[in-house]
Ligand binder design. Structure first.
Ligand code: B12
Length: 246
């Protein structure tokens, strides 16, 4: 019965072009490396006031991946506090909450993107759900879309059978890692990913918005923030096949 619900849910997700969905167990997500790295329970307590309350005892997490192809940079432009890709993913996640309730009487909750507002660590969740693996660029690499994707999630009250992590998918095997050399702030020079270095570049991006060939209501050039994506774009992996099982 729950297998059938997952099948229908994934079909509902994937009726949108360039969107893929997979399921992870909430317990596994909360036990994943990012939660451990950030300090688990203590961290949750520190952020409790700003965060939305999760559905009590919710068991499953639906992770949504949206393809952000290189030829559509506008999906990633940060404008009026958001990106158009994220606005679209948010809309889809809310429609899926309604769909689960209307079609199966299942309670669900569209989670925010920011972890401090109650969002989940999405790359870890996506790995567990079999959407890809973490590459040397510290980004999720998807079998078909490489690193060119963005994530969001929906918390689901019922326990649904989770998808399995990908096996035998090693996109970084024997790769000369141009992703690591591409970083303008050398965030990978110490071997792993160094967040403060990366932050320097993103702060510079925020301070140096770009013109996109439009004018605002006052006739001034319309400006947006184009976040650095060099570690994403330098990735050599180009996927060929996509898993069609759910
Ligand atoms: C805060 C944040 C940032 C911060 C800090 C990033 C950081 N990694 O510390 C800043 C602003 C610097 C940033 C930068 C970027 N970000 Co950001 N960011 C986030 C956010 C909101 C939380 C990430 C976080 O704090 N992680 C916690 C830290 C500790 O984890 P971590 O460094 O990622 O490392 C962990 C994982 O790699 C994991 N891990 C490693 N191996 C394995 C293996 C398995 C099996 C598992 C389960 C886990 C796992 O363990 C590590 C910890 O030990 C997420 C959205 C979300 N809600 O998750 C987006 C997110 C990760 N960012 C994203 C992107 C695209 C970027 C940028 C390219 C900028 C941009 N253009 O948007 C850069 C890339 C930086 C990089 N190479 O990692 C995407 C990634 C998409 C993808 N393909 O993976 C996300 C998912 C947002 C989205 N809209 O989809 N980001």
């Amino acid at each position: 019965m729950t297998d059938q619900i997952v099948k229908e849910l994934i079909a509902e997700v994937e009726k949108w072009d360039g969107i893929q969905g997979r399921i992870a167990d909430v317990a596994d997500v909360l036990n994943s490396p990012s939660y451990k790295a950030i300090g688990g329970e203590q961290w949750k307590d520190d952020h409790a006031e700003q965060a939305i309350k999760w559905l009590p005892n919710a068991s499953s997490l639906l992770i949504l991946a949206m393809h952000h192809p290189t030829e559509k940079p506008e999906l990633d432009w940060f404008d009026r506090g958001n990106t158009s890709g994220n606005r679209w993913l948010t809309k889809i996640s809310k429609l899926l909450v309604e769909w689960l309730n209307n079609n199966h009487g299942i309670k669900a909750q569209a989670l925010p993107y920011q972890v401090e507002k109650g969002g989940a660590y999405l790359k870890d969740a996506a790995c567990l759900a079999g959407l890809g693996v973490i590459g040397r660029n510290n980004l999720l690499i998807h079998p078909k879309w490489g690193s060119n994707l963005r994530l969001r999630s929906v918390l689901i009250q019922n326990h649904l059978p989770p998808n399995a992590p990908l096996e035998n998918f090693n996109p970084c095997y024997q790769c000369p890692m141009p992703c690591r050399k591409a970083c303008p702030e050398n965030a990978f020079v110490r071997g792993g990913y160094h967040r403060p270095s990366c932050m320097l570049q993103l702060e510079s991006d925020r301070a140096n918005q770009i013109e996109i060939g439009r004018e605002d209501a006052e006739g001034s050039p319309y400006l947006v923030t184009a976040w650095c994506r060099r570690c994403e774009f330098a990735c050599l992996y180009v996927g060929k096949a996509i898993r069609d099982s759910t």
